[in-house]
Design a protein around this ligand. Structure first.
Ligand code: PRP
Length: 209
């Protein structure tokens, strides 16, 4: 039986772009385009099995070996530090992790800075590097509300077009790190499927060029 590579794709617009790249690279799976709610698709001839995963869960599937490879945002990799190989930067899903605040915000370094974010580890590490005392407020979404309602002084969040900040009278004040989509691989599975996985990475790299 042919060796199958299990690939966790992030559900959504980014995942569709990623699948198109795999398809162009020669790892097509036509059934994935059929309408419906199915989550798993395979093409035995080419040796691929794709599944749609919530974007923030991709790294979990790969780290635990349920997927051999997957596509995860650098934000997730920095926040959760999964024990996986990072094989390729796909150069899509580009955005940045930034600090943002209300337009008239002035940082009073005498006071503990209240930081609202979903990315508590990234925020902690960033401010530790600046020796700045902070109080982390962990939120799950609509982070932009926090400074407006006085819940926090600043937020640490993803900025793509900047529209969300603009429409809520906030502005980016510092960039922490640029973000893009990365191909990651399970460390053990990579060992015994290395030939096929490397062939995929080569194919994807030439699509990028
Ligand atoms: C992200 C982020 C911002 C927004 C930034 O949220 O949290 O709210 O995108 O994009 P922009 O700069 O183009 O306006 P996302 O839509 O990913 O959903 P989330 O609230 O679940 O994080």
């Amino acid at each position: 039986m042919k060796q199958m590579i299990n690939i966790a794709l992030p559900k959504g617009r980014l995942g569709e772009k990623v699948y198109a790249m795999f398809e162009t690279a020669g790892f097509e799976c036509p059934s994935i385009k059929e309408p419906g709610r199915k989550l798993i698709f395979e093409n035995e001839e080419v040796g691929v099995r794709y599944f749609w995963v919530k974007p923030s869960d991709v790294a979990i599937y790969v780290e635990r070996g349920a997927a051999d490879i997957g596509i995860a945002g650098k934000d997730i990799l920095l926040e959760y530090k999964p024990d996986v190989y990072e094989l390729l930067d796909l150069g899509i899903g580009k955005c940045r992790m930034a600090v943002a605040a209300k337009k008239n915000f002035r940082d009073d370094t005498e006071k503990t800075l209240r930081v609202a974010t979903k990315f508590t580890n990234i925020a902690r590490e960033y401010y530790a590097g600046k020796c700045r005392d902070i109080d982390i407020i962990h939120l799950n979404g609509s982070i932009e509300l926090a400074p407006i309602l006085g819940l926090s002084d600043v937020i640490v969040d993803i900025v793509e077009t900047g529209t969300t900040l603009l429409e809520n009278d906030l502005e980016p004040i510092e960039t922490i790190v640029p973000i893009s989509a990365r191909v990651i691989a399970n460390k053990a599975n990579f060992k015994f499927k290395s030939e096929k996985i490397e062939e995929m990475i080569k194919g994807l790299s030439s699509v990028l060029r």
